[in-house]
Ligand binder design. Structure first.
Ligand SMILES: [Fe+2]
Length: 248
């Protein structure tokens, strides 16, 4: 069994082409590729369905934690089931969403997952579709350069976790004696985010929560995405974007 890991895809899965990722030759559905958030679960349109089927037909199983670019209204409609010791949502039989605060045991490899992140690209604000001023505000923003999002269309408050998701994570950490092989998240703990952004990123309740996880959990490596770079931030905190590495 092998496990590979990579960063944000935003719906572009070309890095899993046979030419770019020939290691998949000889893989089976008991081999895994993990995506550290911003998988790009966005809509039910034909293009998305085409790509989901394309991934499902790959010889490996695709696993992903959620990022701040997923459609959480759509995700809520997918049933939750138990898989390798934690909760998942099967988007396709072999395209599987790893949920927040879960510990999975996959072929002897124990992984703690916690998706989500606060969006940074919303300086223009979040528009509400039912706002009577919606059209004029959007028109104004479209003329400028400040990025904005629309609630339930391109932004969801669930990009940040609920208190229950955070509590569940801590409970599951206790249950596994606070020891895993790997941690997979979308954003980083506050102190690591400070290094990545040279202090420019503002901490939020998720990065602070992950800082608490950092202090409670024993692990070998922590993989995360979100900041769109490939960088070993410390000897244990690995930021991934388009790079793919084998971890098991
Ligand atoms: Fe991203």
């Amino acid at each position: 069994m092998s496990i590979y890991i990579t960063g944000d895809c935003h719906g572009d899965y070309r890095r899993f082409n046979m030419e770019i990722f020939p290691e998949q030759r000889g893989m089976t559905k008991d081999d895994y590729v993990i995506i550290c958030g911003d998988f790009g679960y966005w809509s039910e349109d034909k293009e998305q369905l085409w790509w989901l089927r394309w991934l499902d037909q790959k010889p490996f199983t695709t696993l992903w934690v959620d990022g701040n670019h997923e459609n959480y209204d759509l995700l809520k409609t997918c049933p939750v089931k138990e898989w390798h010791g934690g909760k998942v949502q099967e988007i396709m039989p072999s395209v599987i969403h790893l949920m927040r605060g879960q510990v999975y045991e996959i072929g002897g490899c124990r992984i703690f997952t916690f998706g989500g992140a606060q969006s940074h690209d919303i300086q223009g604000g979040i528009l509400e579709l039912d706002d009577p001023e919606f059209k004029s505000r959007k028109k104004q923003l479209d003329k400028g350069y400040l990025p904005y999002r629309i609630n339930h269309v391109s932004w969801w408050k669930e990009e940040l976790p609920s208190e229950e998701e955070c509590r569940e994570g801590l409970r599951n950490i206790e249950k596994c004696n606070a020891t895993v092989d790997y941690v997979v998240t979308h954003c980083a703990p506050t102190k690591i985010q400070d290094i990545v952004g040279n202090g420019l990123f503002v901490p939020d309740r998720l990065t602070d929560y992950l800082q608490e996880v950092e202090e409670r959990l024993q692990y070998r490596k922590w993989f995360f995405g979100h900041y769109h770079d490939n960088r070993n931030v410390t000897d244990r905190h690995i930021l991934l974007y388009e790079q793919m590495i084998r971890i098991w």
